[in-house]
Design a protein around this ligand. Structure first.
Ligand code: BGC
Length: 839
């Protein structure tokens, strides 16, 4: 890689350069030049620096025909590790991947809150608990920034749902705002001090965050004394003057829609002060100065090293949560001779949720690959049992020799000029940031995907075509699907695509059929685009699937399970169901899967159920199943992660970072989710997640913090020692316990510290997480563990004084291995009430 590395830009001195900048340069600095880059000023050696998504892998500058990348498990999976040291390493991998992709700024991590299990981007965030989310995020940021890459923590603040995300007004009471939604940002500001912050799209209490000086200036810069570069979410700047005055430094992406000449005119009219322009431009310059100190690759390249794979595999397996393990079915012996692998996800591992988190992975490992590797002596049968796709699955392996040809004219122009060609391996493409062909008119262009389709089986194939733009599908020149007229909006492509249009054809296995998609870019769409952000370029997805009767599929799965010594069912959701752009309408698995699981369990009661999803799903078969494993979206190494846990190479140590409700109707945001009349009321107040379920005595399927192990742990005493017992903000305390691995194998445990304030006159959650430590103990080993307790542990946000208040009183300190499995308690005494502001 060394040859393609660029030298860090020639150092420039911020003050000197700033004093020499012309007004036009200053204004130019305030917005990007394209989708990912800041504005350079070559005359002063000020380079253009690059941002990239984010959050759990580094895509680089291209959604389409991008450079393959490492994909870490999704946010909730990372949250489930509860492992600060491991996530520092994961953060460093993110930084290294940025360097390989020529980027200086990582658009991550995401620290929004899971108010509801239905949030489209719930999988991207870490937890329903602000302490866990903030602490995990800080570790990743420190790891990433140790490479010189700058972290852009996002989305500040309240982007906790996707529905009407640019317009929705989140009505949040000050106490919940401070204690829950702002808290992870406050923790990272204090513990990691990331170099950048991305504003959210939404409003809070009547005002867009990006236009709100009380949040950007008064809170972040003045009260917290944190000075990140403040950058808008993509197309999330809505005003020229308000956003400038509020504190937004950089509008992204470029070219500018609200700055440039509009700023010039606002300055002339004295609607923006020169000092405001100077402050914002100087902040961008400072950011570019720091960012450009790191030596990044000139080309976007891969760096798929064995040690990265090993780390990713470790993170993937350490994130897996063993939810239920009756009769100790797991770990499975490697002496098994006949294994049935059933489910939609067995051969197609889900590595990430959808939207801007998606990327082209270096490789993926399926559960099928990993079990074949782990138990080479076994005969493995596989049945899908029930499909889990929303759109028909993308055709990858059945597509050969495929290219997309690009034109500035539609197909009816017979002598149109071919401007460029891209080779593709899949019939799904997103062209929003495609910029490879200079002559292509990005406003309006056409593409023809041509290739061969070679079916794997004989029978009727269903094809499904979804598009942002227009598209028709031809097989051997026969029109199979027309998606150019009568378009209806669906959820694909950030909510800009059509619903899927279906066509079908009888086909023979192994025969080659000419496939052709005639595609028109975003602006050829016949759907209304007013009121939504048109990312341009457009996108299409062609899927295909052998048509099979539901009953026949289930019967084949049941037969396979009957014949096997051990059955493993692996199914769940995917980036099609959990994605940026929309929220889930319910918590259920795709149609037919629950029924299939129940029928297989009826003949194979010891079947292990492995679920892949970013957030909770309903499990109507939970009582019937003896063994349930939550495997999240596991990144490149998803299959290895699962098989390492299933066969005991890794003792599971993941803990739920969110509560798992029995029913979607039980969740705290059930009555107040989605935008209604332009607003969403955060009516559960501070009682988010387990704080709600505990306070209302509502049973959950699996509690926050829960996760089983193949060994057992005990505290040497149920008394937790506090050192010191009398606590002041200046002299905080440490909880001290001795913990022992009382089982037969080594394993990791997460000791979770909760605080309860039973004597407080103020209504409070029954308990709140305020500390945790993950430890590794050999069988029989005992260790003393110290968990620090800070001033927030005894505090709440006082809405009358508008300050944090640590109330005098006696607090209980609870140490547990889940929010419901408390092993020891201690006492903490706060002698006098204190108020404060700041970090
Ligand atoms: C997302 C951000 C992302 C940005 C750039 C936006 O739609 O909300 O999280 O970083 O796009 O892709």
């Amino acid at each position: 890689m060394a040859d393609s590395d660029s030298e860090p830009a020639m150092a420039f001195d911020v003050d000197t350069v700033f004093s020499q900048l012309k007004q036009t340069d200053k204004i130019a600095l305030l917005s990007g030049i394209d989708f990912w880059h800041t504005h350079p000023i070559p005359a002063h050696n000020v380079p253009s620096v690059r941002f990239t998504d984010g959050p759990n892998g580094i895509r680089g500058t291209k959604f389409f025909a991008g450079v393959p990348a490492a994909c870490l498990p999704c946010g909730t999976a990372l949250g489930a590790t509860w492992d600060k040291a491991l996530l520092r390493k994961a953060g460093k991998l993110i930084g290294d991947e940025c360097i390989a992709k020529g980027a200086h700024g990582w658009l991550g991590p995401t620290v929004n809150m899971q108010r509801s299990p239905l949030g489209g981007r719930g999988f991207e965030s870490f937890s329903e608990d602000p302490h866990l989310a903030g602490t995990i995020a800080a570790s990743m940021i420190i790891g990433c920034e140790s490479t010189g890459i700058i972290s852009t923590v996002k989305h500040f603040v309240g982007n906790d749902q996707e529905h009407e995300r640019r317009a929705v007004d989140c009505l949040i009471a000050p106490r919940a705002f401070r204690e829950v939604y702002l808290r992870p940002f406050q923790i990272v500001a204090r513990d990691a001090n990331p170099g950048a912050l991305m504003t959210s799209y939404n409003k809070i209490n009547g005002k867009h965050v990006v236009d709100n000086p009380e949040l950007l200036q008064d809170l972040i810069r003045d009260e917290w004394k944190w000075d990140p570069l403040i950058v808008s979410d993509w197309y999330g700047t809505y005003t020229t003057i308000d956003a400038m005055v509020a504190g937004l430094d950089l509008e992204m992406p470029g070219v500018s829609r609200y700055r440039g000449k509009y700023i010039e005119s606002a300055v002339q009219a004295r609607l923006i002060k020169q000092s405001t322009i100077d402050a914002r431009a100087r902040r961008v310059l400072k950011f570019v100065h720091r960012a450009s100190q790191v030596k990044v690759s000139e080309e976007e390249v891969g760096r798929d090293y064995p040690e990265d794979r090993a780390l990713n595999r470790l993170v993937s397996s350490n994130a897996i949560v063993l939810l239920k393990n009756e009769s100790s079915i797991l770990p499975l012996p490697k002496t098994l001779k006949k294994i049935a692998l059933i489910g939609s996800h067995v051969r197609t591992p889900q590595i990430s949720g959808g939207g801007s988190a998606t990327l082209l992975p270096y490789y993926t490992v399926s559960l099928h690959d990993a079990v074949t590797e782990a138990v080479p002596g076994a005969t493995i049968t596989h049945e899908v049992g029930a499909y889990a796709h929303s759109m028909l699955p993308a055709i990858n392996s059945m597509l050969r020799n495929a290219i997309i040809q690009f034109y500035n004219e539609p197909p009816k122009v017979t002598d149109r000029k071919l401007l460029g060609i891209e080779h593709v391996k899949s019939a799904t493409f997103q062209l929003m940031d495609y910029n490879e062909i200079p002559a292509l008119n990005r406003g309006m262009f056409w593409g023809s995907l041509i290739g061969e389709f070679i079916p794997e089986a004989t029978g009727t194939y269903d094809f499904g075509l979804t598009v942002f733009g227009t598209a028709n599908l031809y097989l051997n020149d026969e029109l199979i699907i027309e998606n150019t007229t009568n378009q209806t909006r669906g959820t694909a492509f950030f909510g800009k695509g059509t619903v899927e249009k279906i066509g079908s054809k009888e086909m023979e296995a192994g025969k080659s059929y000419n496939i052709r998609i005639e595609f028109g870019s975003a602006n050829t769409t016949t759907m209304e685009t007013i009121g939504m952000v048109n990312f341009g370029g457009g996108a299409a997805h062609l899927g295909a699937c052998l048509r099979m009767g539901r009953e026949e599929m289930v019967q084949r799965a049941v037969d396979a399970a009957k014949e096997a010594e051990q059955t493993i069912i692996c199914t769940g959701l995917s980036g099609e169901w959990e994605s940026e752009g929309f929220d889930r309408p319910h918590m259920d698995l795709p149609p037919g899967i629950d029924e299939m699981i129940s029928q297989v369990l009826a003949v194979a009661p010891n079947a292990v159920i492995v679920n892949q999803s970013g957030t909770p799903i309903s499990m109507p078969w939970a009582d019937q199943a003896k063994c349930i494993v939550q495997a999240w979206y596991g990144g490149n190494e998803a299959g290895h992660g699962m098989s390492d846990v299933l066969f005991g190479d890794v003792n599971p140590s993941g803990k739920l970072p969110l509560s798992w409700p029995v029913s979607v109707k039980h969740n705290p945001a059930y009555l107040n989710y989605a935008s209604v009349g332009g607003r969403v009321l955060y009516g559960e107040d501070v009682y988010v997640g387990y704080k709600f379920y505990e306070k209302t005595d509502r049973e959950v399927l699996f509690p926050f913090g829960h996760g089983l192990s193949y060994t057992t742990f005990a505290l040497s005493s149920t008394e937790v020692r506090l050192d010191p017992e009398v606590f002041t903000p200046e002299n905080p305390s440490v909880a001290v316990v001795k913990v022992k691995n009382t089982g037969a194998v080594s394993g990791q445990q997460v000791l979770q510290l909760y605080i309860s304030a039973p004597t407080s006159p103020t209504p409070r959650p029954l308990k709140e997480l305020h500390g945790f430590e993950k430890i590794m103990l050999q069988a029989g080993e005992e260790q003393e563990i110290r968990i620090p307790v800070d001033k927030y542990a005894t505090s709440f946000w006082d809405e009358i004084e508008s300050m944090w208040k640590s109330e005098a009183g006696t607090y209980e300190v609870l140490i547990g291995t889940s929010s419901q499995e408390i092993l020891g308690t201690g006492k903490l005494v706060v002698p006098e009430t204190r108020y404060w502001l700041g970090l």
